[in-house]
Design a protein around this ligand. Sequence first.
Ligand code: SF4
Length: 81
Amino acid sequence: MDAPATAHKPKGTVKRFAKAVVKHAATGFKKTPDDVFEMRQKECAKCEHNNGKTCNKCGCQIVGWPNKLAWDSESCPVGKW
Ligand code: SF4
C-alpha cells in the first residue's frame, strides 16, 4: 500500500535511523514505560507533523514496528516529548 500523499522522508532519514538503533542498543534496547509510551502516542496523535505512519520531521515510524515511541532512547525532534 502506498503512503499517504502528505508523507515524505526527510533527507537523512536512513542515517538518523542507524544512529537511533545505535543509541537504542546502548541502552540495552530499553523499551519505553507504558505510561510514557501512551503520553508520546497522545502527543503524536494531535501533532501537525504526523502523517499517519511516520513523523514528517524526523522520518521515523510512529505506528507499527519499529516504532520510535517504544524506544526509551528516542525523543521528539521538536521537543513535544
Ligand atoms: S515525534 Fe514529535 S514532531 Fe514527530 S509526530 Fe510525534 S510529536 Fe510530532
